[in-house]
Design a protein around this ligand. Structure first.
Ligand code: GSH
Length: 218
């Protein structure tokens, strides 16, 4: 049994759970003792960040490292292309999510509460997010997934971040239009069984977080 340190709205924990589901691995979600960034949790995971796994005493942090570990632990279904160039491309697209798109969305989190919102900051950030989605549309050619017909590790962060954008759009009046190829990609992701199962359980957690933060029901 794999222990996954996570809290319900944690975006990167949901990214890992998509792989756990795709690989049909048994796991348990465990809240970090004392909360993330707490001293008791840092005794286990020095960075204090989520997600982390404990697999028989082996503790590993960072969603990308965890997903690569899971992919090697349970090789089927294969979630990286066999071709070296395609695999390198897939890694770059996965990192684009973690280092470019998601941080641009995360920058909005401090502005979800209308009481603490800086409208100019939000408007500027909407442009950044729209630019990043446009860059993704130019970098990727989903068919229907980033590496072809089946879900790969490169895909697993995107449905969660796209869902965040979707759920923040109304309460924050965000003017973000998904490029057509990315909207089609998001639809394909939502039909994929492991992603659909994760979104079924993740959306209510995200809605509860948005509601608690804004006071508006999703
Ligand atoms: N690159 C890390 C990012 C993880 C991350 O930012 N996690 C958030 C929760 S979703 C967190 O732990 N934030 C608290 C902090 O940064 O101290 C990963 O992929 O796991």
């Amino acid at each position: 049994m794999i222990r996954l340190y996570s809290i319900p709205p944690s975006l990167y924990s949901a990214k890992v759970r998509i792989v756990l589901r795709a690989k049909q691995l048994d796991w348990e979600d465990v809240p970090p003792p004392g909360g993330y960034a707490s001293d008791p949790y840092k005794e286990i995971v020095p960075s204090g960040t989520l997600p982390a796994i404990d697999h028989g005493g082996f503790v590993l942090v960072d969603s990308e490292a965890i997903n690569e570990y899971l992919n090697e632990l349970a090789p089927q279904p294969r979630m990286w292309p066999q071709d070296i160039v395609e695999r390198a491309r897939a890694r770059a697209l996965s990192r684009f999510h973690d280092t470019r798109l998601e941080p641009a969305v995360r920058a909005l989190f401090g502005h979800v509460d209308p009481a603490g919102r800086n409208e100019q900051f939000v408007a500027d950030q909407v442009k950044v997010i729209s630019d990043r989605l446009g860059q993704l549309a130019r970098m990727a050619d989903p068919a229907p997934f980033l590496t072809g017909e089946t879900l790969s590790l490169a895909d697993c962060g995107y449905p969660i971040t796209f869902t965040f954008i979707e759920m923040l759009t109304e309460p924050m009046a965000l003017d973000i239009v998904f490029p057509e190829s990315i909207a089609t990609y998001f639809s394909a992701l939502q039909r994929e069984p492991s992603v659909a199962a994760e979104l079924d359980s993740y959306r209510p957690a995200l809605a509860a977080w948005v509601e608690a933060t804004t006071g508006s029901k999703q």
